[in-house]
Every structure is written in C-alpha cells, then in structure tokens.
Design a protein around this ligand. Sequence first.
Ligand code: ATP
Length: 325
Amino acid sequence: MADSKIKTIGVLTSGGDAPGMNAAIRAVVRKSIANGMTVKGIQRGYSGLLNEEIIEMDKRSVSDIIQRGGTILGTARCEEMRTEEGQKKAADICRRHGIDGLVVIGGDGSYRGALALSHLGINAVGLPGTIDLDIACTDYTIGFDTAINTAMQAIDKVRDTSSSHERCSIIEVMGRNAGYIALWCGIANGAEDILLPEKYDYDEQKIVDNIINNRKHGKRHHIIINAEGIGHSTSMARRIEAATGIETRATILGYMQRGGSPTCKDRFYGSLMGAYAADILAAGKNNRVVAFKNGEVTDFDIEEALAMQKSIPEYQYEVSRILSR
Ligand code: ATP
C-alpha cells in the first residue's frame, strides 16, 4: 500500500453529528498512517475546508476519543459548498494542502459534496455517519445504534410514569424524513402507535378509538412514538386528551438522542468502516461510499449510492402494530 499514488488523506465530518464518528476518525487516521500516508484533519466540515481550518493528525491526536460522543473535528452545514464556485475553491484548497484523498463522514448531502470534489480531481470516499439510518446503500449507519438505545431508555422511563398515572404519552423521537428511529423504538418499547414520516396520512381518530378501546380492555398506558417529521406532539396531545378524556402528555426527546458515548456497535462499525475507507483510497479507488451490506463492509460508486432508494420495511411496521394490540 505504501507506494500508492495518494500521499495525504484529509478527513472531515459533515451534516448532523453522530456517536461513533470519533471511532471512524480514529480508524481513518491510524489505518492511513499504517498505510504509509500523512493525515490532515479538516475542522467544521466543508465550512472548515473553505476556511482552511486544517490540522495535522498523528496517531496520538486520536487517543482517548473512541468512547466520546460527537466529533472531535466538529461538523457544520455549509451552503457555499453547494455552489460550483465553492466546490472549485474547496478542491483548490485541498490541492494547496497536498490533500489528494478525502474521507467525508456524514449523510447523503455530504456525499454530494464528496462527489463534486471527486469530479474536480480529489479522490473522495464517503462514510455513512448519521443517526437516521436513511442511507439507501447501507444496512447500517454510524450513530444509529447509540441513538435508538438512548431513545429506548428514555421511553422506558416515560412509560413507567405513564403506567403509574394511567396516562397516554406521546414521545417525539428524531427523524425528519426517515422513521427508522421511531420504528425501532416502537418495536423495542412496545409502543401502541408509531407515527412515521413515510406514512404521513395517519388517522388521528383511529388513534383515539385505539386508546379508548385499550383502556376498556385494561391497558393502563398508551405510548405513541411520533417521529420528528410528523411533529406537533404538543398539540396532538391536547387534541387526544380532549377526545379521550385521558390525561395525555407530550415529551420531545430532541438532541439528547444525538449525544452520549457510542455503543459498542457504533464504535465497532465506525472503526471497521473508517479503516476500510483508508484502505480503498490507498488501493486507488475514488468516488466511493463505504457501506455495510449483507454482513460485510463493501463500497459503491457515489452516484450509484445516491440513486438508490430505501423504504420502511412493511413487515417490521406490521409486526409493530400486531404486537402492541
Ligand atoms: P444528515 O443525515 O445528518 O442530515 P447530511 O450529510 O445528509 O447529514 P446535509 O445538511 O444534507 O447533511 O449536508 C451536509 C453538507 O454537505 C451541506 O451543508 C453542504 O455543505 C454539503 N452538501 C449538501 N448537498 C450538497 C450538494 N448538492 N452539493 C455539494 N455539497 C452539498
């Protein structure tokens, strides 16, 4: 690997932060160094790249980070990177700093930036770092496991008090466009109803009937997991309370789902995928997205990956409904 064309690899995190990004950064840095390359860290995503916030990284610079949530490099959204001018400037900056390979840890949006850079001659590889699990080419995204476990534990706690007080609880979890966190927690927490952005045409009257019916049959609580993309949990709680006569509270979990020490799974996949990204760049591959598919780490062409579609598995949704009755 040491005689590969690429001499210097840059690494950045972009879009929303996700637990396990640090494990991925650590793996990119240490595997690239093991492959005989120099590594530079780019702070604050594409925004930091355009501001030349670029630091040298050695093996010790990633010590003691594998257990930490967030991203030591920082992350940002950057409008300028969406423009042709911004992309050309970013590619020039990479060249000026000797960065001939770039690992971008983030979601679909971040891959579009990587794709633009690879068209401009910078070898770029994307890594799936998002709590939302909404990247079509991969069965796993770094951060998802920590987020669902954090949400699940919080929902368990709300459920305890909800049962004691015989309340109905609406718990809003993250997922603006994708309902995977809501679906997984819905099954794992035994929620009575799950509202997903993919199934926006839910029927509130059905939920009301369901609550009344469950109460008649002795259920002491009613948990509704509502995805952020549906939102309006507080007003929904008011309407449900008025229609059922049952005290109904809304809890919005918010950013707590993004933070915290990553689970073993996020550290494991972050490490594996980070190392794999370093290796495929060393092997001369360009314009790829690393993915975990059918039990193996693999990679896809970025454009191909962006064109793939992913939808909520109907069977999982069906199971969640049947098990909660
Ligand atoms: P998350 O899943 O957390 O939302 P993401 O990577 O999809 O992650 P975005 O906000 O969509 O998050 O994108 C992150 C950054 O990637 C943007 O702020 C922008 O700098 C860059 N980006 C997004 N779309 C494009 C594009 N079409 N062309 C170039 N760069 C883009």
